[in-house]
Design a protein around this ligand. Sequence first.
Ligand code: PMP
Length: 391
Amino acid sequence: MAQRTRTLESARLARVPAYLFADLDRRTEELQRRGVDVISLAVGDPDLPTPEHVVQALHQAAEDPATHRYPPYAGTAGFRAAVAAWYARRFGVRLDPQAQVLALIGSKEGLAHLPWALLDPWDVALVPDPGYPVYRVATLLADGVPHDVRLRPEAGFLPDLSEVPTDVARRAKLLFLNYPNNPTAATADAGFFEEVVRFAREFGIVVVHDNSYSEIAYDGYRPPSFLQAPGALEVAVEFHSLSKTYCMTGWRLGWVCGNADVVGALAKLKTNLDSGAFVAVQRAGEAALRGPEEPVRERVRAFQARRDLVVDALQAAGWKLARPRATFYLWVEVPDGFDSVRFAQHVLDRAAVVVTPGVGYGSVGDRYVRLSFTTAEPRLREAVDRLRRLR
Ligand code: PMP
């Protein structure tokens, strides 16, 4: 019988770009093997614990056998109602918990599946460059075509939508946005969101706003919801998560809310893919959203103190970076003569500190590295001392 030569990976998977930082990982492991004390500022994963009352709620819920069974597909009624109540309280946005809120196994899960629900082959998705890589990869996996929308420093890392060619805008079905932003830490105001609603209406585009960092904000700044913009519910959904607000990255609970047709399409897809988040985790999520706000404020104060520690020290040492109003990231310009990977290698080799090369978020990111301050203070201080002495 004739043998067919087949590659293991599907063409769809092969389209996903190769992992860029294998070399950096290898160097890190090698240093660690040699006994070097490497400090990673590369991942945005809070070291601070989940608030105690949320942990208690999980304990209690796990004791109840009713939580041991399959969850309702769209999320528990209690969790969805808590999301709607939180949106009303925090943003003044009224949502129907049945039709306009869907629980997710973390926001990444929903963001990654949404293009499957909405894109046909060759449909365009407008993705920010730099941006959270899932928007682009999920588009590719759904046979869609990502079109980069550049975020430039001189525009405060907001996209200029008039740069999108009209024929591309006509073919576009999705526009991904994320403010407060990973990786640039940029923020957007209500005026910008109104402009986006106008653009989305003109071209019939669904806006996907990722608001994962809305509560990680400093100096009294309160980031808005996209859904506050007039007309937003006609064109947009917003993704959100308990991961950052309540330091719950490991729990895997998030949601999408907004336009009922889009929420419904993702719900239909997910019914066929997964069976939802553990009910006990959803009950704990309810306790988080309905519970006291002080534990969140306490965590944000800790992040703000760390932000100031790192920004003050690095600025004094001549590094080029802004003091962000939100997120736990610093977007730092690399010195002349370096690209982002070479600079990250230099920092690793000379200071034993791991930072993320900006090119991992898109080509515009190649002039930057991302530092996160989700590391406890003594280690963070040590990392900063090493960086300060670097040049
Ligand atoms: N969106 C952005 C912009 C993120 O940075 C992250 C996590 N790094 C996520 C979504 C995913 O978060 P989760 O799945 O934990 O809700």
